[in-house]
Design a protein around this ligand. Structure first.
Ligand code: ARG
Length: 306
């Protein structure tokens, strides 16, 4: 570890105290390409089940080595995309120290059967579960990512902009809706990844002019990725402290991250890319993402005047 990396990780320990990052995953027992709901999926290009299980286990081991506790939810036959736990819910802390899970309203009927399982799991784990009105499609942390105090929310392909506004009212936080313009980058977490409250990775061509301006105006340090690496899901990274885990095959991004004091790690996830997902999609941070300011400063119910 270099001096600057040591300083950064000491800083993040101070920031987080002794809390251990908690990440939800779901084993790929019933994973496969059983339908086509995004341009990556093709039933003729099936996932190799044994390889997928191995890749999933390696991702889990890497996150554990980075210091995270992995909790799993039971896989369910007939729900092949349940492995993509990022879509289960958006997690938010409340001022009483409790955790809220705003469950997904999946756009496609193929994934709608996941929500009762997600709801049962979150309730059993002590989360307060909430839903947006059924008329709004909303795909959880796949389309809603905190960078600092601001929730960036992707819309048009899987989630509705009007639902994002309502989400902001529910949580009492600022929401910046950004339109996704390329069907290959159909969830915000396929083209945008906050690393800390001031820094994010992004793939510029997945956004329109307005979205690019909104990102530039609100995130101090933006790290662009090139098309070849965006296609390898470079932006679909899991962040644990300074460690940034992506699919293999993103060397340019990894060099850039290293130069900025992060610790990039690669692990092959091609079997999940066949379904349009990668590292981040396979995980859901239960204690707040590194970049989410509420992790350290839970939102206050009301600020009393002096
Ligand atoms: N096949 C899944 C879908 O199309 C992949 C989900 C990937 N998840 C994500 N957070 N980007 O819904």
């Amino acid at each position: 570890m270099s001096d600057s990396q040591r300083q950064l990780s000491a800083g993040s320990e101070a920031r987080h105290g002794s809390r251990r990052p908690r990440i939800l995953m779901c084993p790929p027992d019933h994973y496969g390409i059983e339908y086509e709901i995004n341009p990556w999926m093709d039933r003729a290009r099936q996932a190799d089940h044994a390889v997928a299980c191995d890749q999933w286990a390696r991702l889990k081991a890497l996150l554990e080595a980075a210091g995270a506790e992995i909790v799993t939810m039971p896989p369910v036959p007939g729900l092949p995309d349940l492995v993509f736990t990022a879509n289960a819910a958006l997690i938010y802390g409340d001022s009483g120290g409790g955790k809220r899970a705003v469950l997904a309203n999946f756009l496609h009927p193929q994934r709608q059967g996941e929500t009762p399982h997600d709801e049962r799991w979150f309730t059993a784990q002590g989360f307060a579960t909430e839903r947006l009105p059924a008329r709004f499609a909303f795909e959880g942390a796949g389309d809603a990512l905190f960078c600092g105090d601001t929730l960036f929310a992707g819309y048009r392909i899987r989630s509705d902009a009007a639902g994002h506004q309502q989400l902001g009212n529910m949580l009492g936080c600022r929401v910046i809706p950004v339109e996704l313009v390329d069907n290959y980058y159909y969830h915000l977490d396929t083209c945008f990844c906050p690393l800390n409250p001031d820094t994010a990775i992004y793939y510029p061509a997945a956004f329109d002019e307005y979205g690019l301006r909104a990102l530039a105006a609100n995130v101090a340090n933006l790290i662009p990725v090139a098309e070849a690496e965006a296609r390898r899901f470079a932006c679909n990274a899991v962040v644990v402290g300074q460690t940034v885990v992506t699919n293999a095959g993103c060397p340019e991004l990894h060099n850039e991250l290293q130069a900025r004091g992060f610790v990039p790690q690669a692990t092959p996830l091609d079997e999940f890319v066949k379904a349009g997902g990668s590292a981040k999609c396979l995980t859901l941070r239960l204690d707040g993402e590194e970049a989410a300011s509420w992790r350290d400063r839970p939102p206050q119910a009301a600020v009393k005047p002096a």
